[in-house]
Design a protein around this ligand. Sequence first.
Ligand SMILES: CC(C)(COP(=O)(O)OP(=O)(O)OC[C@H]1O[C@@H](n2cnc3c(N)ncnc32)[C@H](O)[C@@H]1OP(=O)(O)O)[C@@H](O)C(=O)NCCC(=O)NCCS
Length: 183
Amino acid sequence: MANFAASSTAPVSAVDVIIPKAADVPALLALVNALAAERNFLFMNPIDPVTGITILQRHLEAIAANGDEIVLVARDGRELVVLITGIRGTHCARRGAIDIGLGVLPGHRRRGIGHALLRGLERWALTAGCQRLQLRVMTLNTAAFALYRKCGFLVEGVYHASAVVNGRYYDEFGMAKLIQLAG
Ligand SMILES: CC(C)(COP(=O)(O)OP(=O)(O)OC[C@H]1O[C@@H](n2cnc3c(N)ncnc32)[C@H](O)[C@@H]1OP(=O)(O)O)[C@@H](O)C(=O)NCCC(=O)NCCS
């Protein structure tokens, strides 16, 4: 299998970027639920700890077979500390556009891990023949915005009042990076 782990800076060498396998599912579920608890910037639904194991296992098997999505995680010791997902459009006209979701556990930020995972995802997207990475980020999410800008994403527009957090409306930037265009 191709290696999407990032060659990167010194702090990242301590983590191990992997495509999670069946044996990683309990740790992956714990990571998703830890990230889902952070409701301000990352809009991720929690997974039921009992029924979710089988659902996640089947999902990983399905995406390994159909190539519609990539899930990358990084390990620090025994713990999974970061998750990035890239989901391709389902219609043939949208297959080359990847929607990204990214979260790093609070105690592991500012070590270059988010950057490393984005690079890993970009490598997968290139291998899969995709041309575009895209995402939405809340306009006040300065950390994520700075990361995406550093990785070459550009702002394409603003989604007004597209998120509601604790009863308040928030704007989001639509950001994208073109990675390869045929012809
Ligand atoms: C945004 C997030 C993914 C960044 O991950 P990370 O592993 O901490 O980021 P990195 O260490 O790889 O940082 C890479 C670059 O991003 C920028 N950056 C990251 N965090 C930053 C912060 N708190 N303030 C300013 N710039 C920041 C910097 O340019 C940094 O490079 P530098 O360290 O050389 O200055 C992480 O803070 C996170 O999970 N936040 C909560 C969830 C979230 O917002 N997800 C994105 C939703 S769109």
